[in-house]
Design a protein. Structure first.
Length: 367
């Protein structure tokens, strides 16, 4: 996709660590586990002074991702005239593949790709979704994505609270039957319920629990087994137990999704991991050709959040937006669109719409 040409003057990787609360205020059997979002922001500026923002996936690998961006990707983009982001993305993948096609290399490319698309949309004076091709939806339905609590009582409390706030889809990150059943009890039989297993089950464990999850009417079970690219096993489990399976947050590039797409009901590209907006759009084409519904992975609150929201605006029903149901200490952009009655408005400002508060960036910046 060709676009107005521009030249990159500077690129900066900004390492951030943002604390959050999992919304538990009363007593609990064990302290909160995961409590900080690591994110690597990318700031790209053109010679004409247009600034684009991107985000690299960096949970638990913040230093490595920033180093990959600074040492591997930036030298190939800085002082360069950009005339076709898709061509550039492919060149970056080719030139850097010797250090590994996927993982941290693609995370770094993803963040730069998002920032470049932000610039393109800003130059055009349009919101990203409009600049790419036009949003199909002004609002996107959202599901509340709960962190792992393990305690049925806490799950019932938090899930009930989310339903009371207007969410109509709930995702757990539980791996045991009792906590998952607690989620179903809390929200009742008519609300779609999902759980993300994060690859924790062995195949025998999955074969034991999936029939019971069928009885609980799970909307999908996410990444039930390790390794996540064992697409043959995912397909067999889905066919054998008739429980919809989703996967894709750990799949990088559209090539991986071309292999994944027929194995699951819901492919889940993550814009900060898959290769940025460029590769995400390719995944959407594969999904459409295969009759699959993308369910983007997006537990983010930086540019990845905004980019995913625009991309969800390009998708038709029943694609959903994943909102991490936690409370951050502060929003990087105080004007972040937040869910209301289970829906999110697609941003209307030019580009991504993400404009961070400098004081907040400095507050959470990692030395």
């Amino acid at each position: 996709m060709r676009h107005p040409a521009f030249r990159i003057k500077s690129l900066t990787a900004i390492p951030l660590r943002v604390p959050f609360s999992d919304q538990v205020t009363g007593q609990r059997a064990q302290p909160q586990g995961w409590r900080e979002f690591d994110m690597a922001l990318i700031r790209a500026e053109t010679t004409d002074g247009v600034v684009g923002w991107g985000e690299c996936f960096a949970y638990g690998c913040l230093r490595a991702v920033c180093a990959a961006a600074e040492d591997m990707v930036f030298p190939m983009v800085r002082d360069r005239e950009i005339v076709d982001i898709e061509v550039l993305n492919r060149e970056l993948q080719f030139q850097l593949h010797i250090w590994g096609r996927y993982g941290i290399t693609i995370f770094a490319i993803s963040g730069v790709d998002i920032a470049l698309w932000d610039i393109v949309a800003k130059i055009s004076g349009k919101p990203l979704a409009e600049a790419i091709g036009g949003a199909q939806r002004a609002e996107v339905p959202v599901y509340a994505s709960l962190v792992r609590y393990a305690e049925p009582r806490l799950i019932e409390d938090i899930a009930t609270r989310a339903i009371g706030e207007g969410y109509r889809h709930i995702k757990l990150h539980e791996v045991a039957l009792d906590p998952i059943a607690a989620g179903r009890r809390a929200i009742g039989p008519g609300v779609p319920l999902m759980t993300d297993v994060n690859c924790r089950w062995s195949v025998p464990q999955a074969e034991t629990i999936l029939p019971k999850l069928k009885e609980l009417d799970l909307y999908w079970v996410e990444e039930p087994v390790f390794p996540p690219e064992d697409f043959r096993t995912l397909h067999r489990l889905q066919e054998q137990f008739a429980v919809p399976i989703s996967a894709g947050e750990n799949a990088c590039t559209a090539i991986e999704f071309e292999r994944l797409i027929h194995a699951v009901t819901y492919p889940q590209p993550s814009v900060t991991k898959v290769g940025g907006i460029t590769e995400f759009l390719k995944v959407v084409k594969f999904a459409a050709a295969s009759g699959r519904t993308p369910m983007p992975h997006s537990p983010y609150f930086g540019p990845g959040y905004w980019a995913t929201l625009h991309l969800c605006g390009l998708l038709a029903e029943p694609s959903l937006f994943e909102f991490m149901y936690v409370k951050t200490d502060a929003w990087l952009d105080p004007e972040i669109p937040l869910p209301r009655n289970g829906k999110l408005a697609v941003p209307s400002r030019a580009g991504l719409g993400f404009e961070p508060d400098e004081k907040t960036l400095q507050r959470f910046r990692v030395a």
